[in-house]
Design a protein around this ligand. Structure first.
Ligand code: NAD
Length: 523
């Protein structure tokens, strides 16, 4: 029997990457369900907007307390579905969302409130202006699996507090935690149609991009981001694209080796290296190179790899076989081109098919795939440099520009070099953790994306700016309206001189001419 494509339902399965256990199976939302969900969201959004920001902030307060009460359950669900150690689920997911909520509770009103626009154009002084920040309507969110709670939640909370409805398409690998987020928001008082989760794979995501959403916040790979940007361009859909990274770490000759090596190991291997802000390539001053490598190797040998539910585990499994193969291919390429594997380099099959040993590669070459392409796995490739300028040049010689880190005892030097790095974020003496500073913008340059999430800038992405201009003298015609003949051009020249001429003498002469003109025109 032929299957009607419109009604064929595909299923997705959520699988625990540590054990292979199927945690749940769900129907994917097809194009019809996507369109219907977006239509429901539009229908409900006007009333949500009318609730006003103070009432929506109250919902945020309730959400924060409900999440706090459920923190352990949520962290366990994240670990089951995405594999990361429980501590990381608490620290990099639950804490990030609690703090993003704190930020919105404290700042959303001040950032989004209507404001008077003062202006300096003397010719327009009869005009009084106001800036309104209005919600887009329905914000579509498409999110990845690596931070399956904190990424969609921080984006959704910002969209919601600004008065938008949200339709979220979570990663097909981690749909259950998105449904937990939906349950928490509903318990906090967000109406059903104002926050909806549509499980499904890329097809569901593609249907969401083609639907009547008003804006899209996408987080994922560069390949998918480019595809989405093409579709969005057709209909001029505004998009924020949070894409991949290849973050460089520069260790200067005055860095504290113990601190920098611990930072490198954590920055490269937390969440099994599957973080957009991971340390993906490390440039170390040649005077420290061998000591630094040895310190990293020694620390990596002590890391405990295992099921994230085990409190002793520091590194969990990778999410998927596909991702493991990317890592293996890059390590193989590096080895063939002369890199040395100091530690790791292989799967830990005794733990499960997607456990991979944290790997330190020495003597890598800047042109190897592991230094050029996003790895997104537990690999720390290290290479020496001689001059600071050379390190900066190599750090910038990348298609990506998400974040970077500089390690030095001299903070002023670190901050000076930070200005020379082409990236959305540069950290001095830390890596990755800027993501948990709710006030700080998150986003990249070059292939790492467009726009920002988090902080004031992320919140401003959720609103359209409207300028309302109101003339204080409604009974008076404007001098710039028609009636151009009769020396009008000369009067305009006088006006320009009056407004912008230097020195004062010229201004005063122009003022006299302009006053004469106004008199002649009887204004
Ligand atoms: P991905 O691009 O494969 O998938 C991301 C999301 O897009 C998923 O929900 C997927 O179902 C959906 N999707 C796939 N094809 C689609 C299409 N044609 N139209 C619409 N949606 C589609 O990425 P991933 O493997 O889930 O995530 C890993 C990537 O995400 C890495 O490159 C990582 O660097 C990046 N990432 C970036 C950030 C950031 O903030 N910059 C944060 C986390 C992850």
């Amino acid at each position: 029997m032929a299957i009607n494509a419109e009604f064929a339902v595909s299923r997705i399965a959520s699988v625990n990457p540590a054990t292979g256990e199927v945690l749940g199976e769900l129907d994917s939302a097809g194009p019809t369900e996507v369109r219907a969900a977006v239509a429901r969201a539009h229908a409900a959004q006007l009333e949500w907007d009318a609730w006003g920001i103070h009432n929506r902030v109250k919902v945020m307060r309730r959400f924060q307390q409900i999440l706090l009460a459920h923190k352990t359950d949520i962290a366990r669900r994240i670990t089951q579905e995405a594999g990361k150690p429980l501590v990381e689920a608490l620290l990099t997911e639950v804490l990030v969302v609690l703090d993003a909520t704190r930020f919105l509770i404290e700042n959303a009103f001040a950032i989004l409130r209507e404001e008077k626009l003062t202006h300096g154009n003397l010719a327009m002084k009869t005009k009084s202006g106001r800036i309104l920040r209005e919600p887009y309507g329905v914000v579509g969110i498409i999110s990845p699996w690596n931070y399956p709670f904190s990424i969609p939640a921080t984006e959704a909370l910002a969209a919601l507090v600004a008065g938008n409805a949200v339709v979220l398409k979570p990663s097909e690998l981690t749909p259950l935690i998105a449904l937990e987020l939906q349950a928490l928001l509903r318990e906090a008082g967000v109406p059903d149609d104002i926050f909806q989760v549509l499980p499904g794979d890329g097809e569901t995501g593609a249907a969401l991009v083609r639907s009547e959403i008003s804006k899209l916040i996408f987080t994922g790979s560069v390949t998918t981001g480019r595809r989405i940007a093409q579709v969005a361009a057709e209909r001029l859909l505004p998009v924020v694209l949070e894409l991949g990274g290849k973050d460089p770490m520069i260790v200067l000759e005055d860095a504290d080796i113990d601190v920098a090596s611990s930072g490198a190991v954590w920055g490269a291997f937390m969440n099994a290296g599957q973080t957009c802000l991971s340390v993906e390539r490390c440039y170390v001053h040649q005077s420290l190179y061998s000591v630094f490598l040895e310190a990293c190797a020694e620390k990596v040998r002590k890391l405990r790899v295992g099921n994230g539910m085990d409190p002793a585990s520091e590194i969990g499994p990778m999410i998927h076989e596909r991702q493991v193969r990317v890592v293996e291919t890059q390590i193989e390429d590096a080895k063939q081109r002369g890199a040395r594997v100091l530690v790791g380099g292989t799967r830990l099959r005794e733990l499960g098919p997607t456990f991979f040993a944290p790997t330190v590669l020495a003597d890598v070459d800047h042109n190897m795939r592991v230094m050029q392409e996003e790895t997104f796995g537990p690999v720390l490739p290290v290479t020496p440099f001689r001059e600071e300028t050379e390190a900066v040049r190599r750090a910038n010689d990348s298609d990506f520009g998400l974040a970077a880190s500089i390690w030095t005892r001299d903070r002023a030097r670190g901050e000076r070099l930070a200005r020379q790095i082409n990236a959305g974020t540069v950290m001095v003496n830390d890596a990755v953790s800027c993501f948990s500073i709710s006030e700080a913008p998150h986003g990249g340059v070059k292939a790492s994306g467009l726009g920002r999430t988090h902080g004031r800038w992320g919140l401003e992405e959720m609103v359209r700016v409207k300028y309302v201009d109101s003339d204080r003298l409604p009974r008076i015609k404007k001098i710039w309206w028609f009636g151009y003949g009769g020396g009008f051009g000369g009067e305009m020249e006088s006006l320009l001189d009056l407004l912008y001429a230097r020195p004062l003498r010229e201004k005063l002469k122009a003022a006299a001419r302009a006053a004469g003109a106004l008199w002649r025109r009887k204004l």
